[in-house]
Design a protein around this ligand. Sequence first.
Ligand code: FEO
Length: 161
Amino acid sequence: MLISSKINAEFNAQIGHELANSNQYVAIAAWFDGESLKGLAKLFYKQAEEEREHAMKFVEFILDTGGKVEIPAIPAVQNTFASAEAAARLALDAEERTTAQINDLMTLAIAEKNYAAQNFLQWFVNEQVEEIATASTNLDVIKKAGPNVLMIEAYLNHINK
Ligand code: FEO
């Protein structure tokens, strides 16, 4: 086995975190969809898919290194939001939490001198820079639009052309 049982366990936990993020983003997307904000809904449905892909990267790495995949229980997510801003803030909070989790995993991989795990995790370190930037921009744009959420839809249509 190319990973310790400790890394194996922590990576399994991260699969749970990534799947929880995926579920949370489906819930946010569905809430936007229910509010007829299709652009925002599309953004978060896509993000939900990406989180599932993140989980699958951990699944593949654990298997490739001879570990055992054990998917943990996934906690319930938030399904209703006071506003678009509240939903976007929740997403940014989730990404900040994920960044801290990835950093902790990297710290563990460095402590164990596991270079394969470090190399694998580097992709996530870079990805989190993007994820935080995107989540921050989303929140910023939503805050700027204030109560006029249809402005956000117009903005998303514009930047996705
Ligand atoms: Fe998988 Fe958005 O972090």
